[in-house]
Design a protein around this ligand. Structure first.
Ligand code: DHB
Ligand code: MG
Length: 217
């Protein structure tokens, strides 16, 4: 039997939510801080934040990069997954978002373990090269930039390091014709690189948004 790809039954997700409680008070406060500051309501799903923490723990990451900090919701999750030695370089193009993220990191005791880089990832990532190799790279920024960010990850992760990408289903547009919009073409190129470049062994966890995960080989 070919089992189904994912599962969107509301009773099951409610059960998992109730038992695992992926959004605790601190993450709830980040969501609220972001809302009050007028940030777009586009942080990762609570359970995807938990996936981030657990994947970070599983690969014993000590150095991580995040492309797209927003209000710090995912960054705090990655930091929680790293030991006390862990350091996160996170990149945010919007100064207003970065300000909220800075407050979220400070509130959670991570101020000294985060380097928050305010600028375009295309400008910042080349400067982070000398701080690598990294154990983990989380990509959650402009979707048209994903191929460039993934290539950076391939070149700057250690062997066995993880790349994780949010929105792997591109809001439902992933399987459309790539000529229809640039983001579809970019996300398809991203999946091709993950699946066929020989740089990663990869999968897609079929969460609501799709969480792509590759191990550098
Ligand atoms: C958008 C971006 C994201 O990374 C996301 O997870 C959801 C929405 C957006 O730009 O609309
Ligand atoms: Mg996202």
């Amino acid at each position: 039997m070919n089992k189904q790809f994912g599962n969107d039954r509301a009773d099951l997700s409610a059960y998992i939510d109730r038992v695992y409680q992926p959004e605790d008070q601190a993450l709830g406060e980040i969501r609220e801080r972001s809302r009050l500051a007028g940030l777009p309501d586009i942080q990762v799903a609570a359970l995807d934040a938990r996936h981030l923490e657990i994947l970070t723990r599983a690969c014993r990451a000590r150095r991580a990069v995040e492309v797209g900090a927003l209000g710090g919701y995912s960054g705090v999750s990655i930091l929680r997954g790293m030991g006390k030695q862990g350091v996160l370089d996170t990149i945010e193009v919007e100064p207003k978002h970065a300000e909220v993220a800075r407050e979220s990191f400070r509130e959670n005791g991570f101020a000294k373990r985060v380097r928050l880089h305010v600028g375009a990832a295309g400008q910042v990532l080349p400067r982070l090269r000398r701080r690598g190799p990294y154990d983990l790279c989380f990509i959650d920024a402009d979707k048209e930039g994903y191929p460039v960010y993934l290539l950076w990850a391939a070149n700057n992760l250690r062997k066995g390091g993880l790349v994780i990408l949010d929105n792997a289903f591109l809001f439902g547009d992933l399987a459309k014709s790539p000529s229809e919009n640039a983001a579809t073409a970019a996300m398809q190129a991203t999946h091709e690189m993950l699946a066929h470049s020989g740089r990663f062994r990869a999968t897609v966890i079929p969460t609501g948004e799709g969480l792509a995960v590759g191990v550098k080989i």
